[in-house]
Ligand binder design. Structure first.
Ligand SMILES: *[C@@H]1O[C@H](CO)[C@@H](O)[C@H](O)[C@H]1NC(C)=O
Ligand SMILES: *[C@@H]1O[C@H](CO)[C@@H](O)[C@H](O)[C@H]1NC(C)=O
Ligand SMILES: *[C@@H]1O[C@H](CO)[C@@H](O)[C@H](O)[C@H]1NC(C)=O
Length: 482
């Protein structure tokens, strides 16, 4: 789950390529050393908290206040520079759900027409940095990160957006730059942006949400689950998630050739008449078990079909091939007379810039997840005009319709059996209906194509960056006008 999503190695930032060192140049050298030591994990947990308080007080006193005074003495400039700031704090350098969501807001807001009433600043927060992810970003995003990281703000004129799971909010339950970076009351306003994948929010997180001035959630599903769990209703605001429909535009790309990165796990791999794609972290929540069962029971070698699983580890090793074979062996799935349909795994890192070409290589996207916050690969696939089969529960109900996709019915609710959210409920997607839908999308290309076309239209109309930036800017405007 997102709350414990961090599973990447901690990568040491290289000062030359790492944008987030620059802010600290303004602070005294000892603090920089301190921060470096913290990020190197040189401190025990107890020490960390001591250091953490020191760091946070230095940041609030030194950084913000000295910047504040720079600002107040600066002469009036011919160009009007708004004094208000929106400081967006998210795992910008981590990759993963919150990271890409954070980026999509920043990119959308950056050149939005209404932005002249506030300046935008960013800060990395909420998860470990991944050098691999940073290096895979397009150059214009890197440049934007450098630029926005250096925005200087008055603390009392800043709206902070803590875009992460509530455990990362001040005081954080794990090691991360706190958000807000100083006392809640010192800022103009503090907003938590978060979401969840089960039917409820736990008590600790509810408390953290209620400490915020507002809690932004992406869907009606979250509005109701958060409020039912005890988050103050007047604080909860729905802000949908943008999808970069210009970047995820099928006409701009050719299919990616996976070459040696694809591993054939089952089947002969000789004929790929129809390709199903799924993208997910290897966790039970994603319903990979349901997907494999439905696919292997419905299809055989004769169908010349292939299933591509683009996955990465989630508290597991990378040996997905054996996990799949073990699962099949211990299940009730018998090998068809003609042989298994092909199953491929791709677990190599795919750069963000290559991602659209992955979708282009598929005929349909399928994700029978038990619960999703938003379902980023789903909207990416829809923006790429792919027909999508996805569980009709939780976040994706915000955008899945009979016209734009194949909403997969739920059999029943089931209990989360392990992890910090044990006892919560999520959905069991119907294995038999998944079989029916996979067969249907393959056998009815005209219908599938029409749904894909409608999917892209809906993404453009409801979630394109300009539309969502408008919604965000309006909310910020309201807060500033107060
Ligand atoms: C927004 O930025 C993108 C790329 O940075 C650019 O192509 C586009 O024209 C910009 N739009 C506006 C309204 O400035
Ligand atoms: C914020 O603080 C600065 C410097 O301390 C001061 O000049 C400014 O008037 C304050 N703004 C508000 C809105 O209180
Ligand atoms: C999907 O779920 C919604 C309720 O969230 C329901 O109204 C709709 O009929 C469902 N669609 C399908 C195909 O099951």
């Amino acid at each position: 789950m997102n709350s414990v999503e961090s599973n990447q190695h901690h990568v040491l930032p290289n000062p030359k390529t790492h944008p987030f060192i620059s802010k600290f140049k303004k602070i005294t050298l000892p603090l920089l050393i301190l921060i470096t030591a913290i990020s190197l994990g040189c401190f025990t947990r107890t020490n960390y908290y001591k250091v953490h308080y020191l760091k946070y007080s230095l940041i609030s006193q030194t950084l913000f206040h000295s910047i504040g005074s720079i600002f107040s003495v600066s002469p009036s400039k011919p160009v009007y520079i708004p004094s208000h700031c929106v400081l967006w704090m998210a795992p910008f350098l981590s990759g993963g759900g919150y990271s890409s969501e954070g980026w999509s807001y920043i990119l959308a807001l950056h050149n939005h027409t209404k932005i002249h009433t506030f300046r935008l600043a960013i800060e990395h927060h909420g998860d470990l940095e991944s050098l691999e992810f940073w290096e895979g970003l397009p150059q214009d995003m890197k440049n934007l990160a450098y630029e926005l990281y250096q925005t200087q703000c008055n603390i009392n004129e800043t709206i902070v957006i803590c875009h992460s799971e509530p455990g990362a909010w001040y005081p954080p339950l794990f090691q991360t730059l706190p958000c807000p970076p100083s006392f809640y009351s010192e800022f103009k306003s503090v907003i938590g942006r978060t979401m969840f994948e089960t039917d409820r929010v736990n008590g600790e997180h509810v408390e953290r949400c209620n400490r915020m001035d507002y809690v932004w959630v992406p869907t009606e599903f979250h509005k109701s689950t958060f409020i039912e769990s005890g988050v103050v209703a007047s604080k909860v605001v729905k802000i949908v998630q943008p999808i970069d429909v210009e970047f995820f535009d099928p006409v701009k790309y050719t299919p990616l050739d996976f070459g040696s990165t694809e591993k054939l796990i089952l089947g002969s791999g000789v004929s790929k008449g129809f390709v199903f794609l799924s993208i997910f972290k290897w966790e039970y929540r994603k319903g990979w078990d349901v997907l494999l069962k439905s696919y292997l029971k419905e299809f055989s070698k004769d169908d010349s079909v292939a299933l591509y699983l683009l996955t990465n580890p989630y508290h597991t090793d990378r040996d997905f091939g054996n996990k799949i074979l073990d699962f099949v062996e211990s299940s009730d799935i018998g090998e068809p007379v003609s042989g298994w349909p092909s199953v491929y795994v791709i677990d190599a890192h795919i750069a963000q810039s290559d991602l659209p070409r992955v979708y282009r290589a598929a005929d349909a996207f399928v994700l029978p997840s038990r619960g999703e916050g938003w379902g980023r690969p789903l909207v990416e696939a829809m923006s790429m005009s792919l027909p999508v089969i996805a569980t009709n529960w939780s976040g994706p109900t915000e955008y899945l319709t009979e016209d734009n996709s194949y909403p997969l019915p739920v059999d029943r609710m089931s209990e989360v059996m392990e992890g910090p959210f044990k006892g919560h409920l999520w959905a069991e997607p119907s294995e038999s209906k998944l079989r029916v839908l996979m067969r249907r999308v393959m056998d009815n290309p005209a219908e599938a194509k029409a749904k894909g076309r409608k999917a892209r239209e809906d993404m453009i109309r409801e979630f394109s960056p300009e539309i969502v930036a408008d919604i965000v800017a309006d909310h910020i405007q309201n807060i500033l006008g107060r």
